[in-house]
Write a protein that binds this ligand. Structure first.
Ligand code: M6R
Length: 611
């Protein structure tokens, strides 16, 4: 939530900052702002997207070699010009941008108000900035020292970037709980919520850790902890190209990411799965194999789409490995007093690796002595770094707010993980193990085959785009896919949608069924097939409109459904990786038909770094 960018060096700062903000817009798009340092501070900000600000400031003085920029996902105060970042301090000498939430801002505001401070915005950011300035003035110290003192009193999460009009080439940055990457160039430095703003300039980056403060100048990067001790910056080489974060000819990132899945799933399996040799190589699992083999229980924590991947993993791991699995919403888990016993393993799943609730859930579990295994897409992200072991999904940067390729990457990793543990534990027969390895290997090709029929889903989407509600039903391994299908449709088309286990539908949701309600059945050929056929009949008897995702060769369901979409034959454990693709396309085409900005749907942000 919120994207931050910074630059200091010999180049013009504004073009770098504004381009960086466009790349980070997935993190929030309620308002945009930049602060530039050259003969004093120049701050330009506006409600709306980066393009709105760009247009509004044509012709203004944008010359500067040091600058910061912000794209906002509103927390304190509605989206408005006034609440937009950067904020300036009472003296007008400091400017600050912030990603996160200052939880004790009300107390700090009270103290500052008593001293005569007046606030122009409703934000917690303006409060923190003036708190810093107040310390700077009262303690007669420099900005760095004032930031350090202030942050010791602050509770909550933050990444902040500050400019001081008196130090035109310096950016002060600090982080706790929100991501911050510093790019190291030749005589220049870049700052960002992720590495995308700096990709064309440098591949050398430093991931700043919690409770660290950075003093960034063109030729100097000083990293310190809040105790004022210097820390040697650990420079990492980025393995990411600019092309990966561009649309590459597609109309939207979401469509590009859906169509990338044959190759992203292939990349995820590559170097790990060798069906012919009968091996799965995953060093993160291997080094924790004793823990997994002897685990009394696996607890999965995640949010949103990643939670759906966890739910499917529960079905697969319990079936193949005979280890009890519990699936928890990270936001609930962190505030409960969960029972975590010796021998329990926490598996945290996250595309971004920065989701605040998942991060804190991990911290809580660590306090109980649990082993943490992270399944993450963004390399070097916070969850990846605080886990004891893990596996990357290797789906590449996912920019569209709706998670698509990261989800199938998570399913591929979780399935390999289950198979590897089951083999080691001896809970799977040689024959089933070998079959599933070949089945997994064939997934990219089968996904390609589905994508060739994408137009058929466009036709279905156009037919039902006017619906106000939709129901998604599945059984067994396809139940999590029903939940995921409903989530995708909601976020991308704003149609109210519910996902349910198909049999549970009789216990309430069936009351919604009338001749206008589209009911999407994920009804591929599996051990529940006959049962779900009965559920389809129950909907048809009430005149509901049935859209069925079925397996090639199914000659029963086409005779009863209003619309069908075929997916290739696959084992029931593997089939969800295929049946989720039509869910993604159906939502995409419905969203487009309704004129929704599918990459940036209203109220959402890609990475939820506030609780
Ligand atoms: O980055 P994470 O996987 O931790 O994110 C979790 C959710 O915020 C995310 O999956 C969200 O639900 C997506 N918008 C779903 O498409």
């Amino acid at each position: 939530m919120c994207g931050i960018v910074g630059y200091t060096g010999p180049k013009e700062a504004y073009p770098i900052v504004i381009t960086g903000l466009k790349r980070l817009e997935y993190r929030g798009y309620d308002s945009t702002g930049v602060a530039l340092l050259n003969d004093g501070l120049k701050v330009y900000k506006k409600k709306g997207r980066v393009a709105d600000l760009e247009e509004a400031i044509i012709g203004k003085d944008l010359h500067a070699h040091t600058g910061i920029g912000h794209t906002r996902w509103a927390t304190h105060g509605e989206p408005s010009d006034t609440n937009a970042h950067p904020h300036t301090s009472a003296s007008g000498k400091l400017a600050m941008i912030h990603n996160g939430i200052i939880e004790n801002y009300a107390q700090l505001k009270k103290e500052l108000t008593k001293k005569g401070y007046v606030f122009t915005s409703e934000t917690d950011t303006e409060v923190l900035l003036n708190f810093i300035e107040d310390i700077k003035e009262n303690n007669q110290c420099d900005l760095e020292e004032a930031v350090r003192v202030a942050l010791k009193r602050v509770t909550g999460a933050y990444v902040i970037l500050l400019l001081d009009a008196e130090h035109p080439d310096t950016i002060i940055a600090a982080r706790k709980g929100s991501p911050l990457v510093i790019g190291v160039g030749k005589g220049e430095h870049f700052l960002g919520s992720d590495a995308s703003p700096m990709l064309e300039y440098t591949k050398e980056v430093v991931y700043v850790n919690d409770y660290e403060l950075a003093i960034v100048r063109p030729n100097e990067l000083i990293l310190k902890n809040l105790g004022n001790e210097k820390i040697t910056p650990f420079v990492t080489k980025l393995d990411m190209e600019l092309a990966e974060i561009e649309k590459g000819g597609y109309d939207h990132f979401m469509l590009k990411e859906i169509f990338e899945q044959p190759s992203t799933i292939h990349d995820c399996l590559r170097g790990r799965l060798d069906a012919t040799a009968g091996t799965i190589t995953m060093s993160g699992i291997e080094s924790n194999m004793e823990h997994f083999k002897n685990a009394n229980r696996i607890i999965m924590v995640a949010c949103g789409t990643s939670w759906h991947a966890a739910l499917l993993a529960e079905y697969i791991i319990e079936e193949l490995c005979r280890i009890p699995v519990e699936v928890e919403y990270a936001s609930e888990f962190r505030y409960r007093n969960p029972i975590i016993n010796k021998g329990d393993i926490i598996v945290a799943i996250s595309q971004s690796g920065e989701t605040a609730d998942t991060l804190v859930a991990i911290e809580r579990a660590k306090e109980h002595g649990a082993i943490i295994f992270g399944i993450v897409n963004v390399v070097g992200s916070s969850i990846a770094r605080i886990s004891n072991g893990g596996a990357y999904t290797h789906a590449g940067p996912e920019i569209g707010v709706a998670s698509t390729k990261a989800f199938t990457g998570q399913l591929a990793v979780l399935t390999m993980m289950a198979l590897k543990i089951a083999k080691e534990k001896g809970t799977i027969s040689e024959e089933r193990y070998s079959n599933l390895l070949f089945e997994l290997e064939a997934v990219p090709e089968k996904v390609s085959a589905i994508l060739k029929n994408a137009e058929a889903l466009k036709t279905i989407a156009l037919k039902y785009q006017g619906a106000s509600d939709a129901l998604f039903l599945g059984r067994g391994y396809n139940f999590p896919i029903a939940l995921e299908g409903a989530l995708k449709l909601k976020e991308i088309s704003y149609i109210h949608a519910e996902g349910y286990p198909a049999a549970e539908m009789k216990h309430g949701p069936i009351a919604l069924v009338d001749d206008k309600l589209p009911v999407v059945f994920i009804a591929t050929k599996d051990s529940y097939h006959e049962k779900i056929v009965s559920n389809i009949q129950e909907i048809k008897a009430r005149k509901g409109k049935v859209i069925a995702i079925i397996t090639e060769g199914d000659d029963i369901i086409p005779g009863m459904a209003d619309d069908v979409f075929f997916v290739p034959v696959a084992d029931e454990i593997i089939a969800p990786m295929l049946s989720t693709i039509p869910m993604q396309l159906l939502s995409y085409y419905t969203g487009i038909a309704k004129g929704v900005d599918v990459d940036k749907p209203r109220n959402l942000a890609k990475s939820v770094t506030v609780e």
